[in-house]
Write a protein that binds this ligand. Structure first.
Ligand code: ZN
Length: 357
């Protein structure tokens, strides 16, 4: 394949977004796009470029006092009759336009066109963000080459519709169970119905008052929801087990241990097991590059509600923010698109921030 990422395309974040969208890269199929990105970066004299799996890292080594990371994932969710891209007026449609090849285009455009950024910059183009964490390129790099992630500040170019979204909420899944005693439903008084017992659990969820927490001016709105329920043995048996899977999204002032303690308090008296959790990340607005970035954007940040890879950086002590042109509500949507004017505005903001003073 001829590399579609030509110098003309790399010079224009809009053309570059489109070219990246038109290289299919559903999770676990990122080799072709990673090859194209790596080939481009290896030719850039002011970058040193490395690859691990289908994750490409390129960085400047200018001896600046601070280092920032710009990161974007190369993969997309499965196609949904939205490949290749199409244009309708100011809108570019296609899988990955919003989440997040428009963000990847920022990083690649800056990597190639900005030889003298005001900070040293590490650019990450990573694989497998949309699937299980064990495949995630940043996770794999953190295991193999943690020093690649060293920085004073990280910017994840995930879709935020041009607003700075700070930190992220944590997430925990737990299974809460009610138990009973099996019996023939024709003589049900010999048994105890575990599904009926679940009513009390569901009422606790229904009346649960979720917290709204403000940290450094950013509001994080929590949520606790039943996301699955299972129970029942047969059409003529009083069931002895009912399990409710609960997903708790918690503000970053709580650790996963705090979140678990809170779940145990809400469901006191019931069996509960945590099946999965990920810590949140505090807003991360205090690092000097973060402050300068917020000044370049010129608008106040808001709290990030979904979990993102900013938490991976936060866990390594690197404050991180989310900023990208796509509308997060359109991510994973068959009508996924991005506004051309938003791409241009965000590119100008990043250039203002990173260009030499
Ligand atoms: Zn994404």
């Amino acid at each position: 394949m001829e590399n579609p990422l030509t110098p003309e395309v790399l010079a224009d974040p809009v053309a570059l977004t489109r070219a990246l969208v038109d290289i299919e890269s559903v999770s676990r199929n990122e080799k072709a796009i990673a090859d194209c990105v790596e080939e481009v970066l290896r030719k850039v004299p002011h970058l040193s470029t490395h690859r691990h799996g289908n994750t490409v890292m390129a960085r400047t080594e200018l001896g600046r006092g601070q280092r920032v990371v710009l990161a974007g994932h190369l993969d997309t969710v499965p196609l949904n009759n939205n490949f290749p891209s199409t244009m309708r007026g100011d809108l570019m449609y296609g899988c990955g336009t919003s989440d997040m090849k428009s963000g990847v285009a920022y990083a690649l455009h800056l990597a190639v066109t900005l030889p003298d950024p005001r900070y040293d910059v590490t650019y990450f183009f990573y694989e497998a963000e949309e699937i299980e964490s064990k495949y995630n390129g940043l996770f794999l790099v953190a295991e193999a080459y943690p020093q690649w992630l060293t920085a004073d500040f990280a910017l994840l170019l995930e879709p935020t519709y041009g607003i700075v979204e700070a930190g992220c909420q944590g997430t925990m899944r737990a299974v809460v169970a009610t138990t009973g005693v099996r019996a023939h439903s024709a003589r049900s008084w010999h048994g105890v119905n575990a599904i009926h017992g679940a009513g009390e659990l569901l009422r606790r969820l229904e009346t649960y008052q979720a917290r709204r927490v403000v940290i450094d001016g950013c509001e994080y709105r929590e949520g606790m929801n039943a996301v699955r329920i299972a129970g029942g043995v047969a059409g003529n048996v009083v069931p002895d087990l009912c399990e409710i899977e609960v997903n708790y999204r918690f503000a970053p002032d709580r650790t996963p241990a705090d979140a678990e303690a809170h779940l145990r308090e809400v469901f006191a008296g019931y069996e509960l097991r945590v099946t999965d959790s990920a810590a949140g990340a505090a807003p991360g607005l205090d690092a000097a590059p973060a402050k300068e970035f917020l000044a370049a954007v010129g608008a106040a940040p808001i709290g990030k509600l979904g979990w993102t890879d900013v938490a991976r950086f936060a866990a390594m002590g690197v404050p991180a923010l989310n900023f990208g042109p796509g509308d997060p509500n359109l991510a994973h949507h068959p009508d996924e698109h991005v506004e051309i004017s938003k791409i241009r505005d965000g590119a100008a903001t990043l250039h203002r921030w990173l260009a030499p003073a």
